[in-house]
Structure formats: C-alpha cells, structure tokens
Design a protein around this ligand. Structure first.
Ligand code: HEM
Ligand SMILES: *[C@@H]1O[C@H](CO)[C@@H](O)[C@H](O)[C@H]1NC(C)=O
Ligand SMILES: *[C@@H]1O[C@H](CO)[C@@H](O)[C@H](O)[C@H]1NC(C)=O
Ligand SMILES: *[C@@H]1O[C@H](CO)[C@@H](O)[C@H](O)[C@H]1NC(C)=O
Length: 326
C-alpha cells in the first residue's frame, strides 16, 4: 500500500522534474549483500588516508554522473570502438580515481556477484570519502539505483554547468535537474574541497573584457596571488590552484567566507553574490551547522536525480563496461 502510494507520487513528480526519491530505500542491500556498505566504507577509508584528493574527486564524479542521464553510473563507462563515452568529454577530462570505484566493485563482485550497482557504489563512495574527516556520515545515501547502459561524450556539455555561467544560467541549469536555487547555493559549497585549473578562470586575471583587464568582482590581492600560480599563457592547461585556499582538503565553510570577500575562484562562484536572495543565503551558510545540514539535504536530492530502479537498467559486472547481452 505504502509502496504503491510512493510509486504514484513518483510518477507524478517524475513527469515534472525527472526526480524521484521514492524508489530508493535505506540499506537496499541489507539482505542481498549485507557487507555492501561496510565494504565501500572500508576501502574508501584506506584510500583517503593515502590520497587527500580522493574526496574531491569522488564528489565531483558523483555530481557529473547525476547531472547526465541521472545517477546511473554512466560517468564510469569507458569509450568503445563505436562510441565515445562521457568520461572522455572535455569537461570530464580531469576526473580521476575511477580505479578506486573499480576496486570496490571487484570486492563486491566477489562477495555478492551481480548485486550491487556501480551507481550506488559511486554515491556511497563519494559520501564516505567526504565524510571521512568527520568520522560520521554527513548525509544519508539511499540505495537501489541501477546502472545505465548508455554513455555519450556529447551529453555532458549539454547538461553540466560551466564556470563562466551567470546566476540566471546556473539557476536554470539546476532547475533542469529538478534542483532549486537553494540547492545551487548549497551544492556550490562542494568547492570547499579540490582544485581548479587556471585555464578555467584565467581571463578573470588577465583579460576579462578583452582589454587586458581584471574581473572587478575578484579581490585584487587574491588576483595578484592567483597570477603567481597561473601564467598569462593561453596554451597552459596544466596549472591549477586550490579552490578553497589553505583548506582545500577540509570540508568547512571557508568557501562561503572567501566568497563574501570576493575570493571565489570561478565566475560561477562569484555569480552567487549577484542575486540578493542568494547573497543572503551565502551569509547564512558561513555557519558550519547550517551548511552541513543544508548540504546533507541537497546531496540527498542530487543523489536521486533520474535514478533507474526496479527492473530498469542493469547491475554492471564491471563499472567501466556494459554487460554483454549473452
Ligand atoms: C554550480 C555549478 C558548478 C560549476 C560551474 C562547477 C565547476 C567546476 C569546475 C570548473 C571545476 C574545476 C575542474 C578542474 O579544474 O579540473 C570544479 C571542481 C570541483 N567541483 Fe564543481 N562546479 C559546480 C558545481 C559543483 C557541485 C554541485 C559539486 C558537488 C556537490 C561540485 C564539486 C566539485 C569538486 C569537489 C571539485 C574539485 C575536483 C577535484 O579537485 O578533483 N561542483 N567545478
Ligand atoms: C577505462 O578508463 C579508465 C579511465 O578513463 C582507464 O584508466 C582504464 O584503463 C580503462 N579501462 C579499460 C579496461 O580499458
Ligand atoms: C546571463 O548569460 C546569458 C547567456 O550568456 C545572457 O543572455 C543573459 O543576458 C545573462 N543574464 C544576466 C542577468 O546577465
Ligand atoms: C584579450 O582578448 C582580446 C579579445 O579576445 C584579444 O584580442 C587580445 O589579444 C587579448 N589580450 C591579451 C593580452 O591576451
């Protein structure tokens, strides 16, 4: 009865937003693979200890999965002879640590063959990696996602936001995924960890309007520092900086306090200050309790975008390869 109601609600919501949380459940693998969630946690904990970049990598990978065909693990598929996959799209070229997902998948295929989806593994791995420093889960990951069978390099650029977007476009991009303005502001807080490549914000430093000028929405002292890290060279695609200076492996609210000092790295970060309501929300999110609470809510919403459940999709045996049909 309850399931039917949820199903109905889902169909109604699905039509509008492409978002349906109802079919995911807590601890979906409780009976079918009791060790699923603890195996993810164990491997992630080990890997984060020796790789402080891992939380940022997996968080961004999960985001890029969910915004393209929903959270269906399509980001994990490799290109084939006939088709270039999402991961080989320009916007995804700096994604890394797919090997950690493959390692978890291999362990779970041994423990419970053909049971735990790659999309669930990625959602759990991102949560566990980001949560590691807190020694507790920062958000709930519902499970029961299944894996998609299609991954096309043409789709990420049509679905993912880019660092040059203004507030209107960012808001529209998130709305297209059923996410709100609040989700946009809160999930941008993911930039509290990780790095950004200079080529994605260089024009803010050296040639903002085409007259050799600087972006006036960028703090001049910070711009001077960024110039020491990022040469004025349009052929440089390798230089990078911490997005959240001095705490780029720490999940904290420095992203928001820096933003308020005009030290957001990308135009898309700075754009959050160009709308009055959004600016007020940013001010609120400097409080760590508010941020963690809001981040949990928004991550749960993001993790439910366009999920495949029930008999849709498949449980891939290898995360980088669609099952052969035989
Ligand atoms: C609001 C629109 C967003 C834009 C325009 C955007 C753009 C970017 C860009 C350009 C980078 C740098 C990539 C590179 O230099 O290789 C980046 C990195 C990152 N983004 Fe976003 N992003 C957005 C939202 C999000 C969301 C929703 C999350 C997750 C909740 C997220 C998490 C991250 C993380 C963790 C990194 C660092 C990755 C690493 O260090 O490996 N971003 N983002
Ligand atoms: C799949 O792609 C990843 C990253 O793009 C690469 O490291 C890996 O070697 C590929 N796996 C296979 C089996 O081709
Ligand atoms: C935002 O960007 C779009 C496309 O680049 C542009 O058409 C629009 O006028 C911009 N909106 C604002 C408020 O600047
Ligand atoms: C700045 O941009 C303009 C227009 O895109 C270009 O013509 C000019 O060469 C650039 N100047 C520098 C210093 O890169």
């Amino acid at each position: 009865m309850k399931t039917k109601l949820i199903l109905l609600a889902c169909v109604a919501v699905l039509g509008f937003l492409g978002v349906c949380q109802g079919l995911l459940t807590k601890n979906f693998y409780k009976n079918s693979c009791p060790s699923a969630e603890s195996t993810v946690n164990q491997i992630i904990s080990q890997r984060v200890l020796t790789n402080p970049s891992l939380p940022a990598r997996l968080l961004r990978m999960h985001f890029h999965d969910c915004f393209v065909r929903g959270c269906d693990g399509s980001i994990l598929l490799n290109s084939t002879a006939n088709s270039i996959a999402e991961k080989d799209a320009l916007i995804n070229l700096n994604l890394a640590s797919f090997d950690v997902i493959d390692e978890i998948k291999a362990a779970l295929e041994t423990a419970c063959p053909r049971t735990v989806s790659c999309s669930d593994i990625l959602a759990l791995a991102a949560r566990d990696a980001v949560s590691f420093q807190y020694n507790r889960n920062l958000w709930v990951v519902l499970t029961g996602r299944r894996d998609g069978t299609v991954s096309l390099a043409s789709e990420p650029p049509l679905n993912l936001p880019t660092p040059d977007m203004n507030f209107t476009r960012l808001k529209q991009n998130f709305a297209n995924k059923g996410l709100s303005q609040q989700d946009l502001i809160v999930l941008s807080g993911g930039h509290t960890i990780g790095i950004g490549h200079c080529f994605l914000f260089r024009s803010r430093l050296y040639n903002f309007t085409g007259n050799g000028d600087q972006d006036p929405s960028l703090d001049p002292t910070y711009a001077t520092f960024l110039k020491t890290q990022c040469p004025n060279d349009n052929t440089d695609f390798v230089s990078s900086v911490e997005m959240d200076p001095a705490s780029s492996t720490n999940v904290d609210t420095n992203y928001y306090s820096n933003l308020l000092q005009k030290k957001g790295l990308f135009s898309s970060d700075a754009a959050l200050l160009t709308n009055n309501d959004a600016r007020n929300a940013v001010i609120q999110l400097v409080k760590i309790d508010r941020f963690l609470n809001a981040f949990a809510n928004s991550m749960e919403r993001m993790g439910a975008i366009g999920v495949l459940t029930g008999t849709a999709g498949q449980i891939r045996e290898k995360c980088w390869l669609v099952n052969s049909s035989t």
